[in-house]
Design a protein around this ligand. Structure first.
Ligand code: SF4
Length: 460
């Protein structure tokens, strides 16, 4: 948070620019941080629920973070909108705290203990209020289904997902594995008496599949699962993979929600970040999707792209406002360790954290102007300015899957290479995960083992 991508190492050899020690004293119930060799110690106290060993671990970690945070704020004072919070789900944390200690105490802890800025606290509280009825509507046997197509046409400069390039043979070899995975999932749902609440087809870019492949995939899903519950979202993603034929296939199968992701409306930036499409293609795909009657179209933007400034964001947002999507997601660029961008930062100047924060605020105002309100959010590591990603939606247009997944309030049965299955144990504050291997041949070879693991997790 304070040092960006500066390498952090063990200080045993004493050969570092800045050395700090962070220690925990279980006898005293305190965590202490100090600058080495002889800085003043900063100590914070913690308490925990003695009957809950997980709570002890959680509170110890938080105390260590708070001590380190306070020390770093002394050494390198930096504006931190989310204070010492480093987790990706601040709304989940706030909701859980409200349940445990009441709203007033939760708000106090957010601002006084975690040092969260008031505007961010308000954002989290607003989102929680919007999500409340959606979360309360989850029934004990509900789950969501995820299908992943881990292929893209080109690799974005900032990508760390590791999507493979969509070569014809690779996709054709992948689909039979995916089909088998879906069959196994449908059997598990039937045997466990589960009910599908939402389906999300994500990636990569699912629309790298041909219209025939998409049609066959949805046919296969329907013939195995029978239903996608109340909503089905397909991340169309890149406009250069969208055709009328593919969108018609989706509509024929009852898909109402898609995502068409510009990231920016600047052709120059699109080229710089390695996306092989233009702003004009975004406008065309959006108009096409609207004409085919999708009830909800999401657009993703990224604030802080290399080479962009506030004026670029302004231009992008004015184009978005003209298109008036009913869902908009505004991300803050994250410089992920495994991205190409991380290794080429000298070549790609990034906007300052103040400018990125202005861009994020502009995204909020633009969404409001077209009648969209924040309904889900998450954070990532190494986001410029330690900001957040926020999803906005018009009334009645929010994506249930996004809330279920980010808030971890519904189990997710995930199919596809690199997809993550999660079993949520409601009331226990416990989530167990089974990741599918990233590598396609390994994924294919382990399908039956994965099925056994998922059955053990989901079936009593
Ligand atoms: S579209 Fe997404 S998954 Fe594909 S390369 Fe770009 S960032 Fe990665």
């Amino acid at each position: 948070m304070f040092l960006g991508l500066v390498p952090i190492t063990d200080t045993e050899d004493g050969n570092t620019e800045l050395s700090v020690s962070v220690t925990l004293s279980r006898e005293d119930g305190t965590a202490t941080a100090r600058l080495l060799p002889d800085g003043e110690p900063i100590t914070v106290a913690y308490t925990f629920d003695a009957a809950d060993p997980l709570d002890r671990k959680r509170q110890e970690k938080r105390a260590l973070k708070r001590a380190a945070f306070a020390l770093m704020q002394q050494i390198r004072p930096t504006e931190m909108p989310w204070g010492s919070l480093t987790g990706i789900r601040p709304t989940k944390l706030l909701r859980e705290l409200c349940e445990r200690v009441g709203d007033e105490e939760a708000v106090r802890q957010f601002s006084e203990v975690f040092s969260v800025r008031i505007d961010k606290l308000r954002l989290a509280a607003t989102i929680n209020a919007v999500q409340k009825p959606v979360i309360e509507s989850v029934r004990p046997n509900d789950l969501d289904v995820y299908i992943g197509i881990p292929y893209c046409k080109t690799r974005c400069l900032y990508c760390s997902f590791g999507a493979e390039l969509a070569k014809k043979n690779a996709v054709e070899e992948y689909l039979p594995f995916l089909y088998r995975d879906i069959e196994n999932g449908a059997r598990l749902v039937r045997d466990g008496g589960y009910s599908v609440r939402a389906l999300y087809i994500g990636g990569g870019t699912p629309t790298v599949l041909t219209a025939e492949q998409l049609d066959a995939l949805l046919d296969h899903y329907e013939s195995t699962y029978g239903t996608f519950g109340t909503e089905c979202t397909v991340e169309a993603g890149r406009p250069d993979t969208i055709t009328k034929e593919k969108l018609e296939v989706l509509r024929r199968h009852g898909v109402e929600r898609i995502s068409i992701n510009p990231q920016t409306m600047s052709d120059e930036t699109l080229k710089r970040i390695g996306r092989a499409h233009t702003a004009a293609q975004i406008r065309e795909s959006f108009a096409l999707a609207q004409s085919l009657g999708f009830s909800s179209i999401n657009m993703d933007l990224i604030a802080g792209l290399p080479g962009e400034g506030v004026a670029d964001m302004e231009r992008t947002l004015s184009e978005i406002k003209a298109m008036k999507p009913d869902n908009l997601t505004v991300h803050t660029l994250a410089i992920k360790r495994s991205s190409r961008l991380k290794d080429q930062l000298d070549k790609y100047p990034l906007p300052s954290r103040e400018d990125v924060e202005r861009m994020i605020d502009m995204g909020f105002s633009a969404a409001k102007e077209i009648g969209l309100w924040p309904y889900y959010m998450y954070r990532q590591k190494y986001q410029n300015g330690n900001l957040e990603n926020v999803g906005y939606a018009a009334n009645g247009k929010l994506c249930v899957y996004n809330i279920d997944m980010m808030e971890e309030t519904t189990s997710i049965l995930a199919h596809g290479a690199n997809a993550m299955t999660k079993r949520v144990f409601c009331g226990e504050n416990r989530v167990e995960r089974i990741p599918n291997p990233k590598d396609v041949p390994t994924y294919g070879a382990k399908l039956e083992l994965l099925d056994q693991q998922k059955r053990a997790l989901f079936l009593p």
